[in-house]
Every structure is written in C-alpha cells, then in structure tokens.
Design a protein around this ligand. Sequence first.
Ligand code: NDP
Length: 490
Amino acid sequence: MTFRESLPLLANFIDGEFSAPASGRYIDNFSPATGLVYAQIPNSDASDVDAAVEAAKRAFPAWRALSPLARAEMLHTIADKLEARTEEFARAESIDQGKTLRLARDIEIPRAVKNFRFFADFISGREASRPIATDIAMNEVVHSPLGVAALISPWNLPLYLLTWKIAPAIAFGNTVVCKPSELTPMTAFMLGEVLTASGLPPGVCNIVHGLGSKAGEALVTHPDVKLVSFTGGTKTGKHIAELCARDLKRASLELGGKNPGIIFADADLGECIPTTLRSSFQNQGEICLCNSRLYVEDSLFPEFVERFSAVARRAKPGDPLSDNSFLGPLVSREHREKVMGYLEIARAEGATFHLGGGIPELPEPFSGGYFLEPTILSNVAADSRVQMEEIFGPVVTITPFHGEDEALHPANSTEFGLPARTRTQDEARAARVARAIDSATVWVNTWMLRDLNAPFGGMKKSGWGREGAEWSLDFYTETKNICSKPGASK
Ligand code: NDP
C-alpha cells in the first residue's frame, strides 16, 4: 500500500529524528473497534533498519560511558514525561489495539512508566562490581553492555511490553532499535516524542515500523545487532531462534502460552469469580498470562460454572473508550477469524457453550469492528486442539477433576509453560501444586500480580530466559570476572 494523502502518517524514529521510510511505502493501520483505516505506518525495509542500527552504533560509546546515575536520571525524566501524557497515550493505545481505555489508563500506561522508574532505581542502587574473595582468588565481577540490541514486541500490550525491553536495555548502557508490531504502532510512535522531550541523546533508542518478515527479520539478522529480545508467538520465536543461532546471537524469547488455572473446592468464590473473570477475559483474553484452561474440583464444578457464567454474562463487549464496556474488539479481522476457527472446532466436537460463541450486534460505528462475545466452554476433550493450542481470545474451557493428580496431568500436558494459577485455602496443597506445575510462574490465590524484582519467563515452548531485575541484568549485559591472585607481587 502506498501513501494516502488524507490519512495521518506515522514515521520512523531514527537518530533522534522522525523520518519517512526510504521506499516511501506505507501500510494501512486499522481501528479494531470500527474496522476502518485511520492511519498509515512506514513499511520499512533493510535500508531503514541499516540507518537505525548505524545510529545506535554511533550512540553506543558515549551512552555506555555515562555513569549509571546519569542514565538513571534520564530514565526518570522519560518516566515523568510519559506519565504526564497518560490519558493521551491510554486513548491512543485503546483506539489502536482495541483494549478498553480503562485498562490502558489504569494498568498498562502506568506500567510502562514504572518500567522506566524500576530500572532507573535498580541501576542507581547497585554496586558497580561484586567482589568474590576466596583463599585462592580475588574475583571482581563486572557487567558491561553488549552494544546494539534489537527489541521486537507484539500487539497485545504494545507500550507495556516494548518499554519492558527498552528500559533495562538502555539502563544497562546498550543502545536499541525497536520493531513494534505492525498492528499496534501508535504508542511506540508517540514514545519518540517523549524521548525527544526528555533529551535522550540521538541514536540511543530508535524505532522502525513495518512488517515482521521484512523490517523485523532485517533487524534480527543485522551483523551489528548483538542481542535480540523478542516477545511474540512460539512459531515466530522458533524462527528468530534459528536466525540468532546462525551468528550465536544472544536471544531472549517470551512466547505463547495455554495457561491452566486449578481451582479447588475450598476456594473462596467471592474472590475467585471476579479474579477468574479477569484472568479469562481481560484485554479480550489477548494476554499471554490469561488462564484459558480452568480445572475445577468436581464437587464445586456445577456451582462454579453457574456463578462464573452469570457474572461473565454481564461483562459486555462494546466501545473500548466507554467505561461501560468490559471487553473491546479483538486486534484484527484475521485474529478474530482464527479465534472463531477454534469455536467451530469446539462446536463440531460437541462442546457445551455456557456463554457466548458469536459476534455481538453493536450499533454504528462499531458494526464493522472485530468484536467477539466472551465464551465459556465445557465438555472439551483433553486432547482437543481447543485445549492444547493457544487461542489468545475471549475463550475459556472448564473441566472438572477429582484429586490433585487428575488436575496436574492435563495442566502439564501442553507444550507451553507460562504462568499458571491455583486457588485453595490449604497452604500445604498450594505449595505442592505450585511446585508440580510446569510453569515458570505460579500464582496462588491471585492472578497477574507482577513484582518486577521477580523473574518472569516461560518454560517448555513458552520461551528462553528470564527477565526482571537481576535476570534482565544478566541478559542485557556481559558478565566479566576480573581475577587476581591474593598477595601476588604487582
Ligand atoms: P508474532 O510472533 O506474530 O509477532 C511478534 C513480533 O514479531 C511482531 O512485532 C512481528 O511483526 C514480529 N515478527 C514477525 N515475524 C518476524 C520475523 N521473521 N523476524 C522478526 N520479527 C518478526 O506475535 P503476535 O504479535 O501475534 O503476538 C501474540 C503472541 O505473543 C502470542 O503468542 C502471545 O502469547 C505472545 N506473547 C507472549 C508474551 C510473554 O511474555 N511470553 C507476552 C505477550 C504476548 P508483525 O506484527 O509486523 O508481523
């Protein structure tokens, strides 16, 4: 698609300047709530990526030479400037992605601000090196930045996840080139304005828009890119891992999930039902942390299904900018078709639909939007694709179980291992189940409680590596040991 004069045009952010793609080509950007094109974004190619990597390379020596305190000060300024524009960013995120304005305003943009503040405080509070003194050696462990980092982010939590990469990468002294999802470019574009207003030196953070297969791949394979932080689907993640392996490039992969929730009969339903509503349908189920498979102890199963369905029936999809809507539209027409494909499989296999399964009827201007009803299913076979594959939409399955083992076996049966959740008042059982679930995070009697000091990542095909505090330090820096012999002559 080429330039359409009537629409707002987004630009790349390279070397501190907004610039058009070298080819002059653009991609349509749709509003998921209406299905209408409302902006165009650069369809960048290898020449734009080259320019961005070159700028990042030039900026690296001076940026890494700054003291951690000076870099921390810059991150705090970015956080302050972003926070001052929370409402504007939240509206833009809602219109671009389809999430409700409330979610963007209350959780996601504040979290983007927190990402900068957290890593600013983290580097301010750390010693520059760590001594390990023993009888045989005096070791001094230091961390150095690697150089230019490629940061590739998905469409579901656009600014939240992009800043989760930018903040640690630049805090530790790297410079970066970002490639946000082509479906949700808006807040990354606006971030360029915040970086400029904050006085971030040109080239420290560059943002190139475009297709994953073109701009994204050119970035990952660029010889001057030293590390790749990728969040996205497992299929793309495997491909990126192969590309990185060719050059032994360091890669962090945060990938897909099919997260189980195990609810025991002693769960406090007064707390459990509202949490389950969020863990099933927040952001239309388009969060890698959502629990799309629930296992409920058999004695509780009928009551749970009834009470959960009754509450979810009131969680209406609608205008994402309205406070009356609990769900907005899915991110794209193609994604809604994919989710509906799984509902067709469920129908053909004889699943019970307790709620939803269809496209809601909404007034103009939303009739062309990508909305879908929240859907609750039971009677889905353990080996059904609906139970085994990531759907990433407002669809949850509920399966009864009898005894811990009968829950743990299916909970661990997919190829994924992102967060799981369990609900019980029995502390010993909670500890046992949490250790037995093959997931890199297990939430006990809570959901989506994120402490940025703790490690986050995925087991099995949900990813490689962990990020957060020390784990981000390990990924975004080289760890070097300077070893001398105690008492040796100088
Ligand atoms: P994709 O894997 O399709 O894309 C992720 C990013 O990679 C996008 O920016 C995409 O660009 C880009 N990309 C695609 N192909 C390539 C390539 N060959 N080289 C370089 N970059 C490429 O994921 P989605 O955007 O569809 O996001 C949803 C997925 O993300 C779900 O599976 C979800 O579980 C996962 N996710 C995981 C999280 C975690 O923490 N583990 C958190 C959030 C989401 P473009 O969009 O232009 O194609």
